[in-house]
Design a protein around this ligand. Sequence first.
Ligand code: MRU
Length: 366
Amino acid sequence: MRIQDQHYRTIWEKAGSTGTVQVIDQRVLPFELRIAEWKQLEDAATGIRDMQVGGAPLIGSAAAYGMWLGIRELNQASNWPKALDGIAKTLLGTRPTAVNLRHAVEAVLNACSRLATKKELATAALNVARRITEESVEHCRAIGEHGLERICDIYRRKQKPVNILTHCNAGWLACIDFGTATAPMYLAHDEGIPVHVWVDETRPRNQGARLTAFELGQHGVPHTVIADNTGGHLMQLGMVDLVLVGSDRTTRNGDVANKTGTYLKALAAHDNGVPFYVALPSSSIDWSLRNGADIEIEQRNPDEVQFITGHDGQALRKVRLTPEASPAANFAFDVTPARLVTGLITERGICEASEKALTGLFPEWS
Ligand code: MRU
């Protein structure tokens, strides 16, 4: 994806140096393009927890690289299984909802299970991190192609710009390249199909207003940032043709956990007959859970609700929004039940949100 016409991914290995991972620091966008460097496990764990990196697929790749950095720090005499378990626990404790993190850590542990030397372990972990990263890019590209069909269907009927509403950042920044929900938008735009994106600001951390708006703007996609509660009104006025969001964890039955507020958009879409699609790579499907009630919903620091950070023209500033004495709660995700989801857009195609349809696309999990 482009920033000022230069191609970037959101995570990569630093050229000419072994053992350094670089990431785009999402916390200072869109005001500054800051590249952070991770050299040890703690850098990766802190980067994930404090949201230098956010978004389910990127968190997965970051966790795999974190395993690699952790292994590189071990001394030769380490008890490998115990040491690997410790590294895994550190990373698993950073963020609980996006299942990509657990999948990535487990993939590294599996790859390492029968290896004997530190060199072998490090090589195996690095290979897994590279594979997960490349897969994410490839899956997002395929999701883009499948999702494009839906946008084309609407455009064929309407013959006017297609208005798409999205929530949070399910874009290139969150997914290494292309994005999940944004991939069909980019493809449509590139193919000359006129699209316009309503971007939910996505309080409390404003990933929509800061990140999605930034990347759509860099790609030249027409978009408008709206307050989180505006979507329902726009749907009543017929100003939304399609809702397209990402997912941090989708369960076997097609329930979808995504950034808090997604459920309310699904309710409004349902009430107004607006199709509600979720774009997700299979790496964010949790086949072990029957339904969304069992998903752990991350509760973050209430500070993120009580304060807001913005740029005053000179510097980033954090200011208080709420009375000092008022407590706040910060539930970072919610679950949209499968019955409100029109379809799931995966790398293997689009299906209805049900166990039967999902296992039809992914028979290895039936
Ligand atoms: O808290 P974040 O920024 O990690 O949340 C990101 C989202 O909720 C995205 O919509 C999600 O990860 C789905 S696709 C990248």
